[in-house]
Design a protein. Structure first.
Length: 397
């Protein structure tokens, strides 16, 4: 068994802790049980003991057997397995993870299942809805809408392996992301948190990198379809914010879906050949050598943010932090070089620096502002003039 822990620190340690476990043999991650769920009744039929034979009864060889009046016992449903074939559900997925588009993937959206609903806060309403379009992979979508705003713009928030449901339930986070009359939606990326279950424990977002990236990019498309179907949001004003792994997916999603009008990536990962070879995040991984093989790199090459960044025509912001070591400096330079001309590139020396500039909810203001009517030239000049000295803006040629 091996355990991987990230080592980022501070209030903005958005990569916090990443623990991935690998076991030999057939060990599986089990389907997690929601803290709000009630225990299900046992699926197997009860065993009815046969009556004890009577001492006075005489055996008869001519008496025909009496047909049982008991209904046949049903085969118990095994979580994570196809009930007909008993094949793991994740092996039945038919999806082209190499493409940013759904294309020929066989994904069928199921009816949404309403979850939590909380309108007790004075400024926002928080709810959750379970969506599904992939076998064995239900997704909890968290939706926070500002009160008294009709059809607000909306921002999708994506985090990484440290994604924590407590963030989505946190009143402070909800207050910050809805400030200014903008709605927020969030969900776990594929193979992260509760979306990693009923699989061999040796799997993780790196060993299954093509699936983890491709699935989540497709998820964003389906989430946007769902939001549009509700009629509650302004789908002409959609933004996406991502941090770390989520930042990578934010860039890919913006490249693959024209409904996204602005992308904000905080310390995005990318330049996969170098990242997989040099990131200390993978140092404890016993399978790391396999990630350097040509066949593996060929599979993830179509899902490299460095490939797609130059194609973006929408507003882009990329913030990088020199102090964080998860993304090697060569990868940060490659992302900077690939960024389109209109990108706002900002590099911070330390986590404390970005905390001083972006704390108190200011981290989320940029993407929300890009979904509002364009400010006047004076406002734009003022915003640049007020940048603190600890943030170094990088100008694209």
């Amino acid at each position: 068994m091996w355990v991987r822990m990230s080592f980022l620190k501070g209030h903005f340690s958005f990569l916090a802790c990443l623990s991935l476990f690998a076991f030999a043999g057939g060990a599986f991650a089990q389907q997690p049980v929601s803290s709000d769920a009630k225990p299900a009744a046992a699926a197997a039929a009860p065993v009815i003991p046969s009556p004890a034979p009577s001492h006075d009864a005489k055996p008869s060889s001519t008496q025909p057997p009496v047909a049982s009046t008991q209904p046949p016992a049903q085969q118990p449903t095994v979580p994570g397995l196809d009930p007909k074939t008993l094949k793991p559900l994740y092996e039945t997925i038919q999806e082209d993870w190499s493409s940013l588009q759904i294309g020929a993937s066989k994904l069928e959206p199921q009816p949404p299942v309403p979850g939590e609903y909380d309108d007790t806060h004075p400024t926002f309403i928080r709810s959750s809805t379970q969506l599904q379009w992939r076998p064995g992979d239900p997704i909890d979508l968290w939706i926070v809408t500002p009160k008294n705003v009709k059809q607000p713009p909306v921002v999708i928030y994506l985090y990484g392996p440290d994604a924590d449901k407590r963030r989505f339930r946190d009143d402070t986070w909800a207050t910050h992301v809805t400030a200014g009359g903008v709605a927020a939606v969030a969900f776990y990326p594929a193979l992260v948190g509760p979306r990693f279950h009923d699989r061999p424990l040796k799997q993780n977002i790196f060993s299954e990198m093509q699936e983890a990236l491709g699935s989540t990019v497709h998820d964003v498309k389906f989430v946007l379809d769902y939001l549009a179907s509700t009629g509650k949001f302004d789908m002409n004003r959609v933004g996406i914010f991502g941090a770390g792994w989520g930042g990578s997916i934010a860039i890919l999603s913006a490249a693959g879906d024209s409904r996204i009008k602005a992308v904000d990536a905080l310390e995005p990962w990318g330049d996969w050949p170098v990242f997989l070879a040099k990131s200390p995040l993978l140092d404890p991984d016993p399978d790391r050598a396999a990630y350097a093989k040509p066949e593996f790199l060929e599979k993830v090459a179509p899902l490299d943010p460095v490939k797609w960044l130059p194609d973006l025509k929408i507003p882009v912001r990329i913030q990088q932090i020199h102090e964080t070591e998860v993304s090697p400096e060569e990868c940060k330079d490659a992302i900077q070089a690939a960024a389109p001309k209109q990108t706002e590139l900002v590099r911070f020396a330390t986590l404390a620096d970005i905390g001083r500039r972006e704390g108190g909810g200011r981290l989320f203001e940029w993407v929300k502002e890009k979904l509002q009517p364009a400010p006047g030239a004076g406002s734009a000049r003022l915003a640049v003039a007020e940048k603190p000295a600890d943030a170094r803006a990088v100008t694209k040629n």
